[in-house]
Design a protein around this ligand. Sequence first.
Ligand code: CP
Ligand code: NVA
Length: 338
Amino acid sequence: MKDSVFQGRSLLAEKDFTRAELEFLIDFSEHLKDLKKRGIPHHYLEGKNIALLFEKTSTRTRAAFTTASIDLGAHPEYLGKNDIQLGKKESVEDTAKVLGSMFDGIEFRGFSQRVVEQLAEFSGVPVWNGLTDEWHPTQMIADFLTIQENFGKLEGLTVTYVGDGRNNVANSLLVTGSILGVNMRIVSPKSLFPTDEIVNLAQGFAKETGAKILITDDPKTGVAGSDVLYTDVWVSMGEEDKFEERIKLLKPYQINMDLVRATGKENMIVLHCLPAFHDTETVYGEEMKERFGVTEMEITDEVFRSKYARQFDQAENRMHSIKAIMAATLGNLYIPKV
Ligand code: CP
Ligand code: NVA
């Protein structure tokens, strides 16, 4: 049987995949979600071993890779940053060669995009980027699946990311949406605009797909006409010393009911990749209340619990989409045409 276009490939960044390939992964996620709901087995990775490397912490990505591996018949093995030699006592190249000789696929979450690229280069097995400082590609398949579930389509919708416009999730959304023909907007203070490199990349794709791109620091005009408002934490993992400056800078970019109304769309939805600071029920949330008097950050509790919010569907979809990514790239599946 001829290999599919996915077999043996890594998912390091969305830009490496075509529109048709990303659309296939989204649709395949929907199919696997349906199989799961109906209790129909889908052991496409029977007998395979999957390494889960985490330099940074995770709830959703770790849980999704673990349960998706098990549902696919594979064995997941969690290797945390204090469990293995990676980077400290052994080079990424040497670690990759060893892991590639024992595991059939490797997930990596960490700081450097270079590390995930080296793992792919030297392991000889598919490597899936579970988030780096630059990109969060597995998140995107879940996010656009959630959008498709709500609107029945992707092309022509307007998705607006509000907040820290140059973090991993913002980068990934801007580029992925542009590939998919979705109008993408980034609304953030000028000092947190995405880099020219990312904007140029997105504009290149947008030219092919007809997606419209807008980068602005004006929240009200930026969100007008949006079908989806998306936000993420103001301080990403590894930047924990920046809470004070980000709270000052990003307060006008909080997703609250005024901003939701400013979209002018009643059937709009709100997304958040999670975890979210929508109350003070966390260590950081409590600390920020004491230090700066804020009880909510990037999204208000009112919006988080409103009829517009879809963040928990999005979180569940991480599992179905990670399953699709792993099965497509490692499962020897018959995928006739993409
Ligand atoms: N959205 C996301 O990646 O969540 P975790 O950090 O919990 O994995
Ligand atoms: N931008 C966030 C995403 C968490 C899923 C971070 O990197 O911490």
